[in-house]
Design a protein around this ligand. Structure first.
Ligand SMILES: [Zn+2]
Ligand SMILES: [Zn+2]
Length: 391
């Protein structure tokens, strides 16, 4: 049996070289031209069939096993953030205002490592591995752009895998959860229309500001009174605008907010309650309330059966004491679109350099590069487990 960890550890220098090169030259979403070129050239040098320009700057690598079988896709995101880096290392960003502040440089490097090992051992498995190097995760747009561009139409994946480094989880610890692990993100925009007038003559007006204030207060009851206490949801009103001066009663008030949910039925319930509160409250107070919802990203949902297999595999690598099933958090990730198409597992690899390391998207964010071989080995071993061995 292949010792993927040993082989991944032997490429540690290469992984660090790739990661630091991407770190020095960060590129924002849909501008990952240099990164994509490096990935594509490397995959081709390994004899891997590639497609470029998928979803603008995405790259697909197709590693075919010796015999036919199922297809496993693995997603690696490549984009950086519009942040000025504040670290002082010899590999810090050379591009002002752009920074790999989420670890996607490490994901891309690990993806190249996975490509190397799978290409080397392609004679040992039956099936196909689809390596998906994705643009624009931070914009929440790259996964959808790749899918719309046919990235996973041929072959269609039977399983989807993905990995994210995490600077606030101890180095070498894996979080592999079941079911919904990252929330769905929606926004809403509401307009309350009343009847404007003189601030000294409220009896002749319908005050949109007062209606909006009642609505903001009542929205707080959706989480506390309507959502199942064992589930979770977030509603935050981020913007409330009404009126321009002290002695005029506003005719119109505009509200904007964000919604986070894990389950489709909770998402529907929250939308329906927000609509009733906005329309109903405005109506009983004599005005009119309208609301629109935008579904920005679905929840990221791990398939419990696939996650269980990945945990078994990773346990052979790091032991059960370094695996946690506690993976739920409220950010969102567009890997969700791939996991809607194929049962899969998106897991976290801890890469903290110390206790209380800087969080993701912080200008001083950095992480422990020595965990990269663990990520490479975990993904290769998961593929070897999901694809039948050659008979
Ligand atoms: Zn991020
Ligand atoms: Zn990220």
């Amino acid at each position: 049996m292949t010792d993927f960890l040993k082989e991944a550890q032997e490429m540690q220098k290469e992984l660090v070289h790739w990661r630091r090169d991407f770190h020095i030259h960060p590129e924002l979403g849909f501008e990952e031209f240099r990164t994509a070129e490096i990935v594509n050239t490397y995959l081709q040098s390994l004899g891997i069939e590639t497609r470029t320009g998928v979803g603008k700057t995405g790259v697909i690598g197709l590693v075919r096993g010796l015999q036919d079988g199922p297809t496993v896709m693995i997603r690696f995101d490549m984009d950086a953030l519009p942040i000025q880096e504040e670290n002082d290392t010899d590999y810090c960003s050379k591009t002002p205002g752009k920074f790999h502040g989420c670890g996607h440089d490490g994901h891309t490097a690990m993806g190249m490592g996975v490509a190397q090992l799978l290409a080397k051992h392609r004679d040992s498995f039956s099936g196909t591995v689809l390596l998906v190097f994705q643009p624009a995760e931070e914009k929440g747009a790259g996964a959808k752009a790749m899918i719309d561009d046919g990235a996973i139409d041929d072959p269609r994946p039977d399983y989807a895998l993905g990995i994210h480094l995490h600077s606030q989880t101890p180095a070498g610890v894996f979080q592999i959860g079941d079911g919904p692990i990252l929330s769905a993100a929606d926004s809403f925009q509401a307009r309350i229309t009343g009847k404007g007038g003189h601030g000294a003559e409220p009896h002749d007006t319908i005050d949109a500001t007062v209606i909006a204030a009642y609505i903001v207060t009542q929205l707080q009851t959706v989480i506390s009174r309507n959502v199942d206490p064992l589930d979770m949801a977030v509603i935050s009103v981020g913007s409330l605008k009404a009126g321009n001066t002290h002695n005029v009663i506003a005719e119109v008030a505009d509200l904007q907010g964000t919604i986070r949910t894990y389950r489709k039925q909770t998402q529907e319930l929250v939308h329906q309650r927000i609509r009733s509160i906005i329309e109903g409250t405005a109506k009983v107070m004599g005005g009119k309330g309208e609301v629109n919802f935008n579904k920005l990203l679905p929840a990221t949902v791990n398939d419990p059966a696939v996650s269980a297999r990945v945990r078994e595999t990773v346990a052979k690598l790091v032991g059960w004491e370094n695996i946690s099933t506690n993976q739920q958090s409220t950010p969102s990730d567009d890997v969700a679109y791939f996991l809607e198409k194929a049962p899969g597992c998106y897991f976290v690899l801890g890469a903290a350099r110390c206790e209380n390391d800087y969080p993701h998207h912080n200008p001083k964010f950095d992480w422990d590069e020595t965990v990269m071989p663990l990520g490479v080995a975990a993904l290769c071993m998961a593929v070897a487990d999901l694809l039948p061995a050659v008979q």
